[in-house]
Design a protein around this ligand. Structure first.
Ligand SMILES: NC(=O)C1=CN([C@@H]2O[C@H](COP(=O)(O)OP(=O)(O)OC[C@H]3O[C@@H](n4cnc5c(N)ncnc54)[C@H](O)[C@@H]3O)[C@@H](O)[C@H]2O)C=CC1
Ligand SMILES: O=C(O)[C@H]1OC(=O)[C@H](O)[C@@H](O)[C@@H]1O
Length: 282
């Protein structure tokens, strides 16, 4: 994560019920995080007009807002401590027009709304696809040059770059969390997917990273990787562990019925490295 590696740890975390705006709150990550975060933060849960927000009102205030509507976004951000920006066209094969509207223009509007409303922090949901162009089996550290595997990934690189600019030049603090393949642990059933082995992130593991990204002090900008404690980690999580205090609880191989039997006699953390894959960069 570039500059942050020289920071002395541990960094402090802001306690208490911070006011957090969540965009894309009705999506897969948003709904689960809202439930996890309701007792921890004062939430405003946003999604685009027409999206069903029912059920979310148990976790905070709900409202509709399209990312295209900068004035409305700005009003909604007033008084908030942080925007957790989850809204996006999350389809890795999304059409460019949609990527442009939601992920590029929409993300620009979220950062700009945060700045205009004096909301000091944006936590940006980036993706492993910002670096999915690297060869399979290679582990990627947060300081590797971006290498998106699709146009959706390109839009996540844009969000990271904009976040850095907004942090360095416009006074926000920005944490970009590169999310792997988000799933509930009980859904980790794909028989032999190389992609899932390396990128799986269990829902609760991700929620802990997001909470810590919202609370950490002393970082102006950082890119943090969020995958579970997988046998092979496509994204290196050293900085997430050391700076955010991330302690992942899950490992795709241990959850998958296909692989579980291989691990019965091995204590956690002492698995042999699979050939061609491991925790160090090639
Ligand atoms: N689910 C995953 O495995 C991963 C997700 N991510 C990122 O994390 C974030 C959350 O992902 P999911 O919850 O899975 O996505 P999702 O597709 O389930 O939810 C995204 C939400 O954003 C909303 N949205 C889209 N465009 C909008 C617009 N123009 N204005 C207002 N709202 C809009 C949608 O209505 C939807 O409810 C996304 O930014 C995604 O790119 C990154 C890596 C992996
Ligand atoms: O590639 C993956 O596994 C995931 O990565 C993402 O960034 C996408 O938003 C999500 O739809 C995919 O499932």
């Amino acid at each position: 994560m570039g500059d942050a590696v020289s920071i002395q740890t541990p960094l402090p975390f802001t306690e208490g019920r911070l006011k957090v705006i969540i965009t894309g709150a009705a999506g897969r990550v948003g709904r689960g995080f809202a439930e996890f975060a309701a007792s921890r933060f004062e939430l405003t849960l946003l999604d685009r007009p027409g999206v069903d927000l029912s059920g979310l009102d148990a976790y905070g205030r709900t409202d509709h807002c399209d990312l295209a509507d900068l004035p409305r976004l700005t009003r909604l951000c007033r008084g908030a401590d942080c925007v957790l920006h989850l809204a996006a066209d999350s389809n890795t094969a999304a059409a460019w027009e949609s990527v442009l509207a939601s992920n590029i223009v929409g993300t620009y509007h979220v950062f700009t709304a945060g700045k205009r409303a004096r909301c000091p922090r944006v936590v940006f949901a980036s993706s492993v696809h910002a670096v999915s162009g690297y060869a399979p089996g290679r582990q990627i550290t947060p300081d590797a040059p971006v290498n998106p595997g699709n146009l959706y990934g390109v839009s996540k690189c844009f969000g990271e770059a904009l976040g850095r600019y907004m942090a360095e030049r416009e006074g926000l603090t920005v944490l970009a969390v590169r999310i792997g393949a988000f799933q509930k642990p009980e859904a980790a059933r794909e028989p032999d997917s190389d992609w899932m082995i390396g990128t799986f992130v269990a829902d609760q593991d991700l929620y802990h990273v997001l909470e810590r990204a919202i609370r950490i002090q002393g970082i102006r900008f950082g890119i943090f990787h969020a995958v579970s404690d997988n046998w092979f980690k496509r994204l290196d999580i050293t900085a997430t562990r050391e700076l955010l205090g991330y302690e992942p609880a899950h490992d795709f191989m241990r959850l998958s019925p296909h692989f579980k039997e291989l691990f019965t006699d091995l204590p956690h953390g002492h698995s042999p490295s699979p050939s061609g894959a491991g925790d160090t960069a090639e």
